[in-house]
Design a protein around this ligand. Structure first.
Ligand code: ADP
Ligand code: MG
Length: 253
């Protein structure tokens, strides 16, 4: 059985894209068939796996708006078992273009149903908003993975996200679950990071992953080389923790 996981948090810079690329790479490395869906108009997951946006024949925009078959938008990456449906800046128009369309919230769900049998995991990298693209993602997903940056105000805005999750559960996708909460960019040298972990655990309890992602400079360098951390620097702490996360995610299958 395949699992579709939306990686969502309407805050920018919390590690959604880093987690999509590197959890995806980690899962593929341990033998899972993985499809990344880049549904953020910034297209950072797309460039993060080494795809030049000028070479993209069909992107997620074409799937959502032009009813291109998702198979025709799938591209392979350097990593065996890791595919992607890329995003280009074209997608920026989709928020507005989807508004007057029929079944606008279920477009991604319908498309992914046509390819989900080909994969073990489909990871959707959401944009930093709670607009129609994130709603499509939560509607298509079996579960949502929420990255939280170990920072001051870490929990700020989370009630809006959880409220959106509840609305989607009520009206569009009754079986949507919380997959897990991932603490990112942890800095062991500060008390703040430890306090945030305590606070998030109090709030989400057993939903918090045991794996905590530390700040690691190699993780921030890898995207500019168009590589996941696992290909860019397999011996780095970043590679180690994202592999560990992949195994933890699998253990909850
Ligand atoms: P989002 O997709 O939520 O906006 P990103 O994954 O793009 O967030 O991360 C924001 C920035 O922080 C990026 O420049 C990324 O390279 C960097 N980053 C993310 N996770 C880490 C980490 N664990 N250590 C160091 N830098 C990180
Ligand atoms: Mg991002």
């Amino acid at each position: 059985m395949s699992k579709i996981i939306a990686i969502a948090n309407q805050k920018g810079g919390v590690g959604k894209t880093t987690t999509s690329v590197n959890l995806g790479a980690g899962l593929a490395t341990v033998g899972k068939r993985v499809l990344l869906i880049d549904i953020d108009p910034q297209g950072n997951t797309t460039s993060g796996v080494g795809i030049n946006k000028a070479d993209v024949p069909n992107c997620i925009y074409d799937v959502l708006i032009n009813e291109v078959h998702p198979k025709e938008a799938i591209m392979q990456t350097e990593i065996d078992g890791l595919d992607i449906i890329p995003a280009t800046i074209q997608l920026a128009g989709a928020e507005i273009e989807l508004v007057p369309t029929i079944s606008r919230e279920v477009r991604l769900k319908k498309s992914l149903q046509q390819v989900r049998h080909l994969y073990d995991y489909i990871l959707i990298d959401c944009p930093p908003s709670l607009g129609i693209l994130t709603i499509n993602s939560l509607t298509a997903a079996d579960s949502v993975l929420i990255p939280i940056q170990c920072e001051y105000y870490a929990l700020e805005g989370l009630s809006q996200l959880l409220n959106t999750v509840r609305l989607v559960q009520k009206h569009l996708n009754t079986s949507l679950q919380i997959e897990g909460v991932l603490l990112t960019m942890f800095d062991a040298r500060t008390n703040l990071g430890i306090q945030v972990i305590e606070e998030v655990k109090k709030y989400f309890q057993q939903k918090v992953y045991k794996t905590v992602i530390p700040r690691n400079v190699r993780l921030s360098e890898a995207p500019s080389h168009g590589q996941s951390i696992i290909t860019y620097d397999p011996r780095s702490k970043g590679a180690e923790v994202y592999l560990e996360l992949a195994k933890e995610v699998i253990s909850y299958e």
